[in-house]
Design a protein around this ligand. Sequence first.
Ligand code: FE2
Length: 466
Amino acid sequence: MAWRHVSCLSSLLFFATLLAAFVELCNAGKTSTFIRKKYPSTDLPFDADVFAEPPGHNAPQQVHITQGNHDGRAMIVSWVYPFKGGSKRVHYHNEKTGEKKHANAIVVKYKWYNYTSGYIHHCTIKNLEYDTKYYYTIGGGDTRRTFSFVTPPEPGPDVPYTFGLIGDLGQTVDSNRTLTHYEHNPYKGKAVLMIGDLSYADDHPYHNNERWDSWGRFVERSVAYQPWIWVAGNHEIDFAPELGENEPFVPYLHRYHVPFEDSGSTSPLWYSIKRASAYIIVLSSYSACAKYTPQYDWLQQELPKVNRTETPWLIVLVHSPWYNSYNYHYMEGESMRVVFEQWMVQYKVDLVLAGHVHAYERSGRISNIRYNITDGLSVPTSDNGAPVYITIGDGGNIEGLAFSMTTPQPEYSVYREASYGHGIFDIKNRTHAYFSWNRNEDQYSTEADSKWFHNRFWYAHVQESD
Ligand SMILES: [Fe+2]
């Protein structure tokens, strides 16, 4: 009798093991159980040192730079004076030649409900040399401030270049940790792809725009020295008819200028740039994208222009992910995916990077472009010619992490983890790039996920491993 029990137990165990192996086979993705931070952090107080105003009356603050034209030979230098009367001039010089030049800024201001902005300056400095360090000075008298940046190398197929990847940053202690970890990352990112949701000012009563100012001072320590490439997220919309604010994107568009006209775009919310060996296309999740809309028409004309012999790495940035297996913002990116995904496959996009979901997720190379209403073929399938989709909305903002995930993990999802962190995309040459995702672990940053990318134009014949 006892032996029969043992025998039954063994059979049960055997089948349980078999079932577990089967489930494992069907679902090769990894859901990390790492949890360091269960609850959201509040925004740091206005008197936190990371928000400190520079000394001196009307000193220029919130200094930030972004690429100023399509090929990387211009830079937009922006800053804010709290009061009227500051100098509009940027003095800059080339470290190699010592040649001194200057350029003048345009000045904009805006009102939003009960807030009036400072004097926001934007100065495009042009005709820069490639791969050169420049020093630039703004302000006047005892409030002069000097910064520096390095221009990118001339676009070319085998030019190495390293991007930092940050999304949904906000201004909490976790945001500060993410930025610090990015600054100390040994790969030394040279420019940041900022995937939208900057300050989270709109999470405060009346969208307290003072939080836009404090955020500008917080990130200055990085973005005054290397360009951040901006993408508009939902926290940039600031649409509040109940407060009489009927026009979307007003604070964002006044504060963050981008070179959209250089790529034939009619809106700063979607545009493209070339930088070293990468071609970056920025899309807007919160603008119309259906056929015949300006964004659709622009992207349709834009994609055939990309010369992969010059810029092999084609990267698309969009705030709301098209593939997302968290129970947050589920399918919010679906309308855009349905319209644009077929082009991502057709034009061999290497990487589609998103934020919005406050967690990390990486897909395999998959597509879901066969659906035509009548056949019902609406399932993501493995597709060696398709992009990898990465969500990196885990900068560390006031809203906290997205812990809840759909179960079981979909087959298309290779790795997912609800932790704060940042990414690195390190281009080696025309065929290889190393991607890593670095989670925050207290004082340290740990590389928790990584992948070698094989370029889809130059190296597509090789089946990538996940
Ligand atoms: Fe978002």
